[in-house]
Design a protein around this ligand. Structure first.
Ligand SMILES: [Fe+2]
Ligand SMILES: [Fe+2]
Length: 199
């Protein structure tokens, strides 16, 4: 494959990482930074995959996500929280058995530990509202009693997530959340690929 075949600038020369040079890795780092800037667009495209799949609920998964985020926004929650509310079920498509883990992994570099914990654990907390109808333990969340973010996460599910299945609710459109999503999901705070800042 020739250099620049895809029109994206320089490419590394190595065919195995053991042969990599600093020049190679500068080219890769540059391409990677560019690709990283496209994350908000990919997230928006992925949110649209949730459209049309109701999964047995009264509204589809995109509408549920918009409704959850709209309710959080209207309650005056901050931008990062609203974006977490918007993305909390984005894992439904690729992680139907662990959707909260998928969403949590996506937001983790960009949000506070508290918001990350909330997204990661919302599925167990949401279970309080329906696990008993399926022969499961609705109090599964009690394994986290005493955690500093227990009430914070319980409140997310109670006020916003479990409430957001109403076909008559007027949600804000996905476009209304795009500027918030672009701001929150652009600058990673935590990542193994971030160099420590020199004081
Ligand atoms: Fe969920
Ligand atoms: Fe949800």
């Amino acid at each position: 494959m020739a250099d620049g075949e895809h029109g994206h600038g320089a490419q590394a020369k190595f065919h195995a990482m053991v042969d990599g040079t600093q020049e190679d890795w500068l080219a890769i780092a540059q391409a990677s930074a560019e690709f990283g800037r496209g994350l908000p667009d990919r997230l928006i495209a992925h949110m649209k995959l949730l459209e049309g799949d109701c999964g047995g609920f009264a509204i589809d998964r995109l509408e549920h996500s918009l409704q959850t985020a709209t309710r959080a926004h209207q309650a005056g929650m901050d931008e990062e929280y609203v974006v977490c509310a918007l993305l909390h079920d984005i894992g439904d498509t690729l992680g139907p058995r662990n959707h909260a883990d998928v969403a949590a992994a996506i937001v983790q570099p960009f949000v506070s530990e508290r918001n990350h914990w909330m997204v990661a654990n919302h599925a167990i907390f949401q279970g309080y509202y329906f696990f008993h109808h399926l022969g499961l333990d609705r109090n599964m969340r009690d394994q986290h009693r005493g955690h500093p973010d227990f009430e914070y996460t319980a409140q997310f599910c109670h006020l916003f997530d479990q409430e957001a299945f109403d076909p008559n609710f007027k949600s804000m459109p996905l476009e209304a959340f795009e500027p918030m999503l672009r701001r929150v999901m652009s600058s990673p705070k935590r990542s193994i690929y971030l160099r420590e800042k020199v004081a």
